[in-house]
Design a protein around this ligand. Structure first.
Ligand code: ADP
Ligand code: MG
Length: 764
């Protein structure tokens, strides 16, 4: 319905536009009519002027004619003319009115009626004109009669003139007779005399009579002359009036002809206008009819649409009702569906769970396999790995040339670093080198595989080696905001153990110990001053253990933090200068991971030893005395022993001198067998530390380079130098105290040639 409404609206707009067009056309036609009527007006104007002229002419003629009968007729004619003119004016007014009405839009066509009225008026006018013409004819007749009468008067005048002439004749004859008688009488004397006398008397009488007659004659003659003159004048007047009449008649004829012509034109124009109007009306009517038909058709279409819509509406209502019913039933349906969906979902979840479990099992198996592969790889690579870490230059390094950077790296090889020592660049190759910008996270990523192998029952040792201030403690312990390997390793162990909790029971315990001057002390015990002993297990397994070493079971990061804090506090309260003390002692964090596979009953034990070694700097050289010297000697001894042990292990010697120091003895079972060891060699990049850096890097490279084949192993048997021997490379070094070695130390080989030899060996 809406669509059809819109369509109808559109149609309506279109029709309105067409109506506007039609109106414009009508207006144009009306303009045409207006121009025509203007032309007509102009003609009427000219006619009016002519009528005015004629009126003037008539007044002129009237003045000429004076008070004759003809003049009276002219007056009448003029009055008639005036009346006609007024009627003409009225006609013009009506015409104007008509034009005005024509300008307005033609609706019910009142023009037709007006036209009829006008035509009536016109016919009336024509009738009046006819009457006028009849009157004119009457006037003509009157003029004729008058002329006839005039002729009669003339005839009568002629008769009287003839009578008068006869009488004059008669009178003159009598006069002549009388004169003859008088003469005859004169010839008869007495009688005659008498007679004469009587005659004379009679003559006197006659004479009187004659005189009288003569005077009468004269009067008559005068009268005749007068009459003649009058006649002449009258004739002249008649002639004139006849001329004027002819003129007037011609003018009237002309005027009538013009009037007729104008009338004819007017009629023609009116007829044309009417035709045009009728035509326009017809056209508009036909168009309107066509439009009306279209509208009707549209309406019919809409009606049919409506008719078709009705069933749709009915179906819609039906649908709506059914929907309403459905909506009413929806909650129930929804509940039903929800229940079934829930059941389905829980079933699906169950299925997913079982699949997950299966996947997890497979994943674990794969992990085991991967670990095996990894361990094999590590075994092939050698269980002892050596990393180097260069700390950034700090404020403590001071300023100026002493604090300049002396360590550079190889952009393409992350296992190589260069040290600028006394103007010479020495290169070192380790398993991996961490530049100063390496984060704790990055460092830990490299060691986390070692840490996790602990869970599988492997023993692991991670040592931080280097001079005091090179970053050992930073790497192992780190800061609260940026923890080191210790805390990260325990966190990792926790998360790994948690992941295996479904099948395994794990117990993680930590112990913290310190070796100072070859004495082992428990950092978590109640008696920290008590020296602990390392003993063989009485069960004959060959395992070592430390009786009295406190073990804390930890289950979360908070537990570890508590343990660390506890140990730290102990250390702080025990010594006056912690920094000094810590750099002179080895700090150990021993993490034991004991696992039990619930399904198989298999037990595993793995140990993770995290060792922050004492500073490797050579104190003895500067002539230290007393306790300081003793400390230095102990450190030197233990670090040398560590070197010896690692060397012996990597070169797979039959005898490994674990017992040479407390440190190696304590870590014996974590260094031997398929245990894994990582040596993190810390160096300072500062210029002032280059000789110590050189020593540390040489130590590192020596540890690393001993991974050799059996033949070369033999050749290098027992060639590990003492700590002090490491100084041999630096000029002006003191004579090495302690254990001496006759054989040339591998440290005397250049680091490059050592690594080349290793490469040759492995490829051979
Ligand atoms: P060490 O334990 O070997 O004597 P420290 O770990 O105490 O050395 O480090 C000495 C200083 O250098 C400390 O202030 C430490 O914060 C800083 N330091 C060491 N290594 C780094 C490093 N990688 N990034 C930032 N600062 C370091
Ligand atoms: Mg330290």
């Amino acid at each position: 319905v809406m669509a059809s409404m819109a369509h109808l609206q559109k149609e309506k707009l279109r029709l309105q536009e067409e109506l506007l067009e039609l109106q414009e056309k009508l207006a144009a036609q009306e303009n045409n009519e207006l121009s025509l009527s203007l032309q007509l007006q102009g003609q009427v104007e000219t006619l009016k002027a002519k009528v005015l002229e004629q009126a003037q002419e008539i007044t002129r003629l009237r003045s000429e004619l004076g008070g004759t009968d003809a003049e009276k007729h002219r007056d009448l004619l003029a009055a008639e003319n005036e009346r006609l003119r007024q009627e003409m004016k009225a006609c013009e007014g009506e015409l104007r009115e008509l034009q005005r009405q024509q300008q307005a839009p033609c609706r019910d066509c009142p023009h037709l009626q007006e036209n009829a009225g006008l035509q009536e008026q016109l016919s009336q006018l024509q009738r009046e004109a006819e009457e006028t013409r009849a009157k004119l004819v009457e006037l003509d007749l009157e003029v004729q009669q008058k002329t006839n009468r005039l002729a009669e008067v003339e005839l009568r005048l002629k008769d009287s003139l003839a009578e008068r002439a006869e009488e004059e004749e008669r009178l003159s004859r009598r006069l002549r007779d009388s004169q003859e008688t008088i003469a005859s009488l004169k010839s008869q004397p007495q009688q005659i005399k008498y007679i004469i006398k009587t005659v004379e008397v009679e003559s006197a009488k006659a004479k009187q009579a004659l005189c009288e007659t003569q005077s009468r004659n004269q009067y008559l003659q005068e009268q005749v002359g007068m009459q003649k003159q009058v006649l002449k004048e009258m004739e002249q007047q008649l002639q004139k009036s006849q001329k004027t009449e002819a003129q007037l008649r011609a003018q009237i004829m002309m005027y009538e002809a013009e009037l007729e012509r104008a009338h004819g034109q007017m009629l023609e124009e009116m007829q044309a206008m009417e035709e045009e109007k009728n035509h326009a009306i017809e056209e508009a009517f036909s168009r309107a009819q066509v439009e009306m038909k279209a509208v009707h058709e549209n309406l019919a279409g809409v009606r049919t649409n409506l008719l078709t819509l009705q069933p749709a509406l009915r179906t819609l209502t039906h649908d709506y009702n059914s929907l309403k019913r459905q909506v009413r039933d929806f909650p129930l349906l929804l509940q039903e569906t929800l229940r079934s969906a829930r059941a389905e979902i829980s079933q699906a979840i169950e299925e997913v769970h079982s699949t997950n479990r299966e996947l997890l099992r497979k994943y674990r198996r794969e992990l085991q396999l991967r670990k095996k592969c990894h361990n094999e790889l590590v075994r092939l690579k050698g269980n002892i790995r050596v990393f180097g870490r260069v700390r950034p230059i700090t404020k403590e390094d001071g300023e100026g040339p002493e604090a300049a950077n002396a360590v550079t790296f190889d952009a393409d090889d992350d296992a190589v670093l260069y040290l600028l020592h006394k103007g010479k660049q020495v290169s070192f190759e380790l398993d991996k080198v961490f530049p100063p910008q390496a984060s704790q996270e990055e460092v830990f990523q490299e060691v986390q595989a070692l840490v996790t192998s602990c869970i599988d029952g492997y023993n692991v040792c991670i040592f931080a080696y280097g001079q005091t201030g090179a970053g050992k403690t930073y790497t192992m312990e780190g800061t609260a905001a940026n923890p080191g390997i210790n805390q990260r390793a325990l966190q990792l162990l926790f998360s790994e153990v948690r992941g295996k909790a479904a099948d395994w029971d794990y117990a993680i315990t930590v112990s913290a110990a310190e070796i100072y001057n070859e004495a082992l002390r428990d950092l978590l015990g109640k008696e920290p001053q008590e020296k602990l002993e390392i003993k063989l297990c009485p069960d004959g397994s060959g395992q070592l253990y430390v009786p009295g070493l406190t073990e804390f079971r930890v289950q979360s990061v908070e537990d570890i933090n508590k343990v660390f804090e506890f140990g730290h506090i102990k250390r702080v309260t025990e010594c006056t200068n912690l920094n000094e003390h810590s750099s002179r002692s080895h700090a150990l964090l021993i993490v034991t991971v004991r696992g039990l596979d619930r399904s198989t009953g298999l037990r595993t034990t793995g140990k993770l030893n995290l060792v922050d070694l004492a500073g490797s700097e050579r104190v003895g050289r500067s002539g230290a005395e007393g306790s300081r010297l003793r400390e230095a000697q102990h450190i030197n001894k233990s670090l040398s022993a560590l070197g010896d042990v690692i060397y012996a292990l990597r070169s797979r010697q039959g005898h490994v001198p674990f017992r040479n120091s407390k440190l190696t003895y304590l870590l014996q079972d974590s260094l031997s067998g398929d245990s894994k060891t990582l040596m993190m060699v810390q160096v300072s990049p500062a210029e002032k530390n280059t000789s110590e850096t050189l020593c540390s890097l040489k130590f590192a490279e020596r540890v690393r380079s001993v991974e050799l084949g059996p033949v070369s192993r033999k050749a290098e048997l027992g060639s590990w130098p003492s700590q002090e021997h490491l100084e041999g490379d630096s000029p002006g070094s003191a004579a090495p105290p302690g254990r001496g070695h006759a054989s040339p130390s591998p440290g005397q080989l250049s680091s490059r040639s050592a690594s080349i030899r290793r490469k040759l060996q492995t490829s051979g």
